[in-house]
Design a protein around this ligand. Structure first.
Ligand SMILES: *Cc1c(COP(=O)(O)O)cnc(C)c1O
Ligand SMILES: [Zn+2]
Length: 394
């Protein structure tokens, strides 16, 4: 039904591998002629497992009912930016508060299929929160490596409370990932970073749900960190097109933070692969990554869909976060990169006025309370007295 294929040399790999002998990334490839589609694209009862016939799992899934996230239309912003339709898909409303849950439900189920007892990841925060939650549900041991002092508080809290062993390292995310890959290899632990191709299979359902609800948009805009999600969503659209469920692929538009933008630089220079950033820095900690492991897949997705990669400043990210908040959508900074990107691109005429655009809001506002206080300031404080409070009303 499916095989695990190297994107570089085309060799078929065993399910237990994360990369090919040649070093290439692996990808799940379905024999789409043989797949029996058993779902209807009617916008109803959307969940990751609605699309089970296109997921590489045979066993009973470990699920917390992830997916089925709301798609909001931002009519006021449409008028302001002069774009026909702008939607935001709020992935922050998944069980652990980010889109990572779509990947983890598949990845953790695969860990059980492979009879692993423990799972591990390096994380800027959300991967660890999600993995801890699904490992708990599955009864697996979970190990998390974090860049010390650079992870938003809500995310650490989740990993701790759901029972993961949390280890901070004095280094950045890229160091943590390098270390955890070797530790997993040596200790027989299942690695659940997005280099794991099964995670991306779960995440591709974002594309399926968009089509399910509104058909094919003209562009999908999302932040790029480790570059897994943009690759996954592109794969989802591509599969739907191959099956004949849709007839075009939206432009895949990736947004990076200025201080952590190796994929943007590679795109600017027309390259197929990146040169890493040594010291990535941005307020959007979820995308504070200098050496994105899925960069090649992501660039391929961008080129093949005639999309693009853009950068935004931390200032633009915060201001987009506030615009989303004013529309009733609470997100963490990295998530706002997609809207910041749309605003920038629409101003330079890169987005068709007639277009239908979907921005992916990747994670929830509650993840990063400390940034909110920095940006909005502390609440006002007065004595417990009606007059004092009345005096404060504006
Ligand atoms: C993981 C994450 C990203 C980056 O996704 P990649 O697949 O690593 O590119 C962006 N935003 C949030 C909130 C995330 O948790
Ligand atoms: Zn290979």
């Amino acid at each position: 039904m499916y095989s695990l294929v190297c994107i570089e040399c085309g060799k078929k790999n065993d399910e237990s591998r994360y990369t090919c002998e040649c070093g290439g990334l692996l990808e799940v490839r379905f024999n789409l002629n043989e797949v029996e589609i058993d779902f209807k694209l009617d916008g109803r009862e959307m969940r990751v497992w609605k699309y089970r016939s296109l997921l590489p799992i045979k066993s009973e899934p470990v699920t917390l009912k992830e997916g089925g996230t709301p798609l909001y239309r931002l009519e006021r912003l449409e008028k302001e930016l002069g774009i026909r339709r702008i939607y935001v898909k709020h992935e922050g409303l998944n069980p652990s508060g980010s889109f990572k849950d779509r990947g983890m439900t598949v990845g953790v189920t695969k860990a059980l299929e492979l009879r692993k007892r423990a799972v591990a990841c390096a994380s800027t925060g959300n991967t660890s929160a999600s993995m801890a939650m699904y490992a708990a549900k599955a009864g697996l041991k979970a190990y998390v490596l974090l860049p010390a002092g650079k992870v938003a508080l809500g995310k650490v809290a989740q990993a701790l409370m759901h029972g993961a062993d949390v280890i901070g390292i004095r280094g950045n995310f890229d160091d943590a990932l390098r270390i955890v890959r070797e530790v997993c290899e040596r200790a027989g632990i299942y690695l659940l970073n997005s280099v794991n191709p099964f995670r991306l299979e779960g995440q591709k359902t974002i594309a399926y749900e968009i089509v399910d609800e509104i058909g094919t948009p003209d562009a999908v805009i999302l932040p790029i960190g480790n570059a897994g999600n943009i690759s996954a969503i592109f794969k989802g659209f591509e599969e739907f097109r191959e099956i004949g469920l849709i007839d075009k692929i939206p432009r895949m538009i990736g947004i990076q933070a200025e201080g952590a933008s190796p994929v943007f630089r590679a795109f600017r220079e027309g390259r197929e692969d990146i040169i890493p950033f040594e010291n990535p820095e941005t307020i959007a900690t979820a995308i504070r990554i200098g050496n994105p492991v899925n960069a090649k897949k992501a660039l391929r997705a961008v080129y093949r869909s005639e999309g693009l990669v853009e950068v935004v400043s931390d200032q633009e990210i915060i201001s987009a976060q506030k615009i989303l908040a004013k529309n009733g959508i609470g997100v963490e900074p990295a998530s706002a990169a997609s809207l910041a990107g749309l605003i920038k691109l629409s101003r330079i005429g890169e987005i068709d006025r007639d277009a239908t655009v979907v921005c992916i809001a990747t994670g929830n506002l509650l993840k990063d309370p400390e940034t909110v206080i920095k940006v909005c300031g502390e609440p006002k404080m007065v004595e417990a007295n009606v007059e004092k409070v009345m005096a404060l009303l504006t």
